[in-house]
Design a protein around this ligand. Structure first.
Ligand code: PHE
Length: 339
């Protein structure tokens, strides 16, 4: 029995607790009802009388040692986990509420992803621009109404410094600074002097695309946009192109997709036409290529531009543009990003 006691005493001296749980397990192991110490006291009854004194002392030594160990480690842990303010630092933390991505960011990322997959790079440019990059290079005649104070925020009227009204200005910069083949999209924020309502805002977001190479045709444009529409709105999406006018493309078109709310039957979202307009496009006007230093006899190209707000409205059934800018978390929390 003496040997056993020596062994336990040694074990106790070497014991180290790393957590409060370790201390508790240690206590149960030795001092619990069915613990080692109780067993030893049971055995003690059978110790011959002449050895009782020696064994009894060792037994008490062991018990005190255990008690001290427990108290020592308990106080270490209790001190380190409870601050003066009574906050238990070891208790589990409050989970952080994770934010959600803004619906415009979600849709922008989806558009970027779709065009990335067919080889379009991403280009960015300044929001504060000059007349050349926003208008003149893009074949806008001097007296064109889009240059009017009504639509454009001018920063300096004399120098004609302004907030860009479309991201076509980025494409001008790309054409000026690189050689075909060019295949790029330019996502970004644009500004127009419009009264704010459910259907119009003075700030909105666009993704414009440009593809310039030898022998680029209108059929390439149509295929590219068809691919985009199917990826964005689903495999069965139908598109239609209507003739239109932009100073920088010839011929020009607007693209509609079959209304995804009523499936083309007609509803108040598509104003009972069955179609929703989603973008403008066309073949880059040779004047624009020449303005930007690209040989229009050798190269042709197509361009397109879409509003991210509008695509997000159609995708999510949002009916008021102002919701995008109010930052009401009850609105923002509804959208889940897949990218
Ligand atoms: N830049 C045009 C706009 O802002 C969109 C567009 C881009 C149209 C390219 C045709 C070609 O409305």
């Amino acid at each position: 029995m003496l040997e056993k006691l020596e062994k336990y005493i040694k074990e106790n001296q070497e014991f180290v607790a790393n957590t409060l749980d370790d201390v508790e397990n240690f206590r149960i192991k030795y001092l619990g009802k069915k613990g080692i110490v109780n067993d030893l006291f049971e055995d003690f009854k059978n110790v011959p009388r002449e050895n009782k004194k020696e064994v009894g002392q060792k037994l008490n030594e062991l018990k005190t040692l255990i008690q001290n160990k427990i108290n020592e480690f308990k106080s270490v842990f209790e001190e380190s986990t409870t601050t003066k303010t009574g906050i238990d630092l070891s208790s589990p933390g409050e989970p952080f509420k994770t934010g959600t991505r803004h619906p415009l960011s979600i849709v922008r990322n989806e558009i970027i992803d779709i065009f990335n997959r067919i080889g379009f790079t991403i280009s960015e440019g300044p929001e504060i621009e000059d007349d050349w990059h926003v208008f003149s290079a893009l074949n806008f005649p001097d007296e064109h109404p889009a240059r009017d104070m009504q639509d454009t925020f001018f920063i300096d009227n004399i120098e004609r410094i302004l907030l860009r009204t479309h991201t076509s200005s980025v494409q001008v910069r790309i054409m000026e600074n690189s050689k075909p083949p060019i295949r790029t999209i330019s996502p970004g924020r644009v500004f127009r002097n419009e009264a704010i309502s459910a259907r119009a805002h003075c700030i909105f977001h666009q993704v414009e695309g440009l593809y310039i190479d030898e022998n680029v045709s209108f059929a390439d444009l149509k295929q590219t946009l068809m691919f985009f529409a199917k990826e964005m709105f689903g495999e069965n999406t139908k598109i239609r192109l209507r003739p239109s006018y932009f100073p920088f493309t010839e011929p020009s078109a607007e693209m509609d997709v079959a209304c995804n709310i009523c499936g083309g039957k007609g509803c108040n979202v598509c104003k009972y036409s069955g179609w929703l307009e989603i973008l403008g496009c066309g073949m880059v006007d040779p004047n624009v290529l020449d303005n930007c230093g690209i040989d229009s006899k050798k190269y042709t190209g197509f361009a397109f531009g879409m509003g991210i707000e509008r695509i997000a409205m159609l995708k999510y059934g949002i009916n008021d543009l102002r919701l995008y800018f109010e930052n009401d978390v009850r609105f923002l929390n509804q959208f889940k990003a897949s990218l």
